[in-house]
Design a protein around this ligand. Structure first.
Ligand code: NAD
Ligand code: TYD
Length: 366
């Protein structure tokens, strides 16, 4: 059996690929076709441990390239498609929304069209068992007030940034393809993830790498915005469970019941670093915290009600925030080379040196 994963060289997609192939039993033996455009956020070095592993076929390409996607579907006959591919950084969407519209909306549309055509030609169990799992975010629901109940799956969509608006549009398209064409889709809306291989433009990895480099730790506004954090491997286990047992057409919110204000996150990262790799001058890393101008339109609070996925699919996160964050900081301390290659841009050469052969073998564009 085969799965097509899009965006599998990004933070969550790559963690999903690594986790999937590490599963015992039949799941770990399935082949993953990994279609990724390798934007700045795609890092094939994250997948270097899979080099030479026949279960992982990397293809550099765009979800918006309908011909390529149709060819991959026809050639590999996947039983499911998992769509991680997206532009994902809110600050970048504020500076330049166009790529977000192109990939998250237009790209998802082309992917849906290719998948609809492929699925339409399937028969029997191949058709009834097929699934498209669309990976989305809690940010589509907008911002909560301090006393508001957490987002459920029926919360109204009120996206506030170009990023969240583009993800909301993609969710609507996915929903419409189920409603109109019967395409067996599953949608997950997850809270903020953290963990290994996270690109250091997002809050937690940025704070870790800046702290270690002796740079300021920029906290936007008053630092009291609240996010709901989930360890990335818990997100991966939720996706596996939704793929296995989710009902077509249903939406599942994924989260760890773990709301924290940003400043508390930064303070906790600093305290872990004080313990695990103290500053040479004996000062606390928190001395590097610097309050900076707020993000325009900054959402104040996100919180996920993960009751449905727990009740209906029996999923719960395995990590607490304390264990997950400690593992994350330890991972960054143990992997300075991965961080250095991201910072120098050297990771972008990796595809040439390490993946050209596999991509060519898969018939992909070099
Ligand atoms: P990421 O930015 O780290 O990775 C995105 C990946 O998609 C990259 O490898 C990139 O090269 C690839 N990509 C971009 N445009 C593409 C295109 N047109 N065709 C093919 N590949 C393309 O993002 P992430 O944090 O791994 O997020 C993955 C998904 O999960 C996204 O859809 C995001 O909206 C969603 N999500 C993220 C979080 C989070 O906290 N990071 C939380 C909830 C949901
Ligand atoms: P981020 O990791 O960009 O995720 P998102 O905006 O999708 O939630 O940011 C998480 C929170 O941290 C958000 O409230 C913005 C804040 N933040 C900072 O205070 N400083 C920073 O340098 C960054 C990148 C984010």
């Amino acid at each position: 059996m085969t799965l097509l994963v899009t965006g599998g060289a990004g933070f969550i997609g790559a963690n999903f690929v690594l986790d999937w192939l590490a599963q015992p039993g039949p799941a770990g033996r399935e082949t993953l076709i990994n279609l990724d455009k390798l934007t700045y956020a795609g890092n094939p070095e994250t997948l270097s441990s899979l080099q030479g592993d026949a279960r992982h076929v990397f293809v550099q390409g765009d979800i918006g390239d309908a011909t390529l996607v149709a060819r991959l579907l026809a050639e590999h006959q996947p039983r499911a498609v998992l769509n991680f591919a997206a532009e994902s950084h809110v600050d970048r969407s504020i500076h330049g929304p166009e790529d977000f519209i192109q990939t998250n909306i237009v790209g998802t549309f082309h992917l849906l069209e290719a998948v609809r055509s492929y699925w339409g030609a399937l028969e029997g169990a191949a058709r009834s068992d097929f699934r498209l799992l669309h990976v989305s975010t809690d940010e589509v629901y907008g911002s909560l007030g301090p006393g508001d109940a957490a987002f459920t799956e029926t919360h109204r969509y009120e996206p506030n940034s170009p990023y969240s608006a583009s993800k909301a549009a993609s969710d609507h398209l996915v929903r419409a393809y189920h409603h109109t064409y019967g395409l067996p889709v599953l949608t997950t809306n997850c809270s903020n993830n953290y963990g290994p291989y996270h690109f250091p433009e997002k809050l937690i990895p940025l704070m870790i790498v800046n702290a270690l480099a002796g740079k300021p730790l920029p906290v936007y506004g008053d630092g009291l915005q609240v996010r709901d954090w989930l360890f990335v491997k818990d997100h991966c286990s939720a996706l596996r469970r939704v793929l296995q047992a989710g009902q077509p057409g249903e939406v599942y919110n994924v989260g760890g019941w773990n709301e924290k204000p940003n400043i508390e996150i930064v303070q906790t990262v600093c305290a872990l670093l004080d313990e695990l790799q103290p500053r040479a001058d004996g000062q606390a890393y928190s001395a590097q915290i610097t309050y900076v101008k707020d993000r325009p339109g900054h959402d104040r609070r996100y919180a996920i009600d993960a009751g449905k996925i727990e009740r209906e699919l029996g999923w719960k996160p395995a990590e607490t925030f304390e264990t997950g964050l400690r593992k994350t900081v330890q991972w960054y301390l143990a992997n300075p080379e991965w961080v250095a290659h991201v910072q120098s841009g050297a990771y972008r050469d990796w595809v040439q040196t390490h993946y050209a052969h596999e991509a060519a073998a898969a018939g992909a564009r070099p």
